[in-house]
Design a protein around this ligand. Structure first.
Ligand code: NAX
Length: 327
């Protein structure tokens, strides 16, 4: 069998962590033949809860689970990590100023970037889930000069999956019939879920795209505001669907997208006029463990405006954290 893969999960005792750990341990991430060692990073008040989760992982007797270790120190938690899910963060709370939000996250993702730089394995792949995910990923990347920036990604796969589900309902098909959906930009309300190139069973969705009232008045806002709708319905934020999307993201990154594309927030190289040096969502394929931005897509005027607006928000976030000395 292959050597076990070391996977560090921050915020492991939180809601998403609880859903994510069991999926990883059960083999959903890397398949039934790959053993995984879990390294859980939490803050001291949540260590006891993490220990409880570790007891349940132990009790599940998963054939693919190697070990479970718990840490409250980032340097120790990232030592030897091949994959890191950065889930724990300081998301925006009611009444919180933007500057306070970004500085609190700088205090988390700066040191975590340094710890990854110091001790992670050479093939480290990082997925940032904790919000504001794209800018948190940028902060971590900027504190890890020895790790290629392409290894730091942020999660827009949940938005992508939400877009697939909405389109499948509209088109009366299954999500597996759909291809070439893209989420562009920031994991925020400015994100642009784009159906311009989408196909159902290989055919373009021309009629659906012509229904601008549905695309602009229903589809885009439903996808972009789905997080709030879930909170409204459940009384708690998306957890299992977020964990599932995190699994999809890393699964496809490691094992490849085989012919199809997905949405991943990666370091911009200037493709599609998105400024270099921000971590923005693009249509991406993965081969041999490397994301590649799909090239050559035609961008119409409507898409241009939406992509530019979301990229502008990311540039503004970048400028704010730069002015605070966080990157
Ligand atoms: P919870 O509050 O349930 O869990 C967060 C956990 O992180 C807590 O156990 C906390 O102790 C831990 N934590 C805080 N600071 C830490 C640090 N410095 N090191 C290690 N652990 C730390 O939140 P949950 O519902 O699990 O959501 C986690 C994050 O995902 C939030 O930031 C949330 O906004 C974000 N989301 C991102 C999504 C995306 O699509 N990118 C969607 C779902 C979710 O909203």
């Amino acid at each position: 069998a292959n050597a076990p893969v070391n996977i560090t999960i921050t915020g492991a005792a939180g809601n998403i962590g609880y859903a994510l750990l069991f999926r990883i341990a059960s083999g959903a991430l890397l398949g039934p033949d790959q053993r995984v060692n879990l390294r859980l990073l939490e803050i001291p008040p949540a260590i006891k809860a993490a220990e409880g989760t570790a007891m349940e992982l132990f009790d599940s007797a998963f054939p693919t689970l190697g070990s479970v270790d718990i840490f409250d120190d980032a340097k120790a938690a990232f030592e030897g990590a091949n994959i890191a899910f950065l889930v724990g963060s300081m998301p925006r709370k009611a009444g919180m100023e933007r500057a306070d939000l970004l500085s609190a996250n700088g205090g988390i993702f700066g040191p975590q970037g340094e710890a990854l730089n110091a001790g992670a394995a050479d093939d480290i792949k990082v997925l940032v889930v904790g919000n504001p995910a794209n800018t948190n990923a940028l902060i971590a990347a900027s504190h890890a000069p020895d790790i290629p920036a392409s290894r730091f990604t942020a999660m827009t796969r949940l938005d992508h999956n939400r877009a697939l589900a909405q389109l499948a309902t509209k088109a009366g098909c299954h999500v597996t019939d759909i291809d070439k959906v893209t989420v562009w930009g920031n994991h925020s309300s400015t994100q642009y879920p784009d159906l311009t190139h989408a196909t159902v069973k290989g055919a373009p969705v021309t009629d659906i795209l012509a229904d601008r009232a549905w695309v602009e008045g229903d589809f885009i806002p439903t996808v972009a505001k789905r997080g709030a709708a879930i909170i409204d319905a459940r009384g708690a934020s998306s957890a299992a669907s977020a964990a599932s999307a995190a699994i999809d993201h890393v699964h496809d990154w490691v094992l490849g997208t085989s012919g199809s594309w997905t949405s991943s927030s990666v370091m911009s190289d200037g493709s599609y006029g998105v400024p270099e040096g921000i971590i923005s969502s693009f249509p991406c394929t993965s081969e041999n463990g490397e994301w590649k931005i799909v090239q050559g897509l035609e961008i119409d005027d409507f898409s241009r405006g939406r992509i530019d607006a979301s990229a502008a928000e990311l540039v503004e976030e970048k400028n704010t954290v730069a002015s605070m000395g966080l990157i």
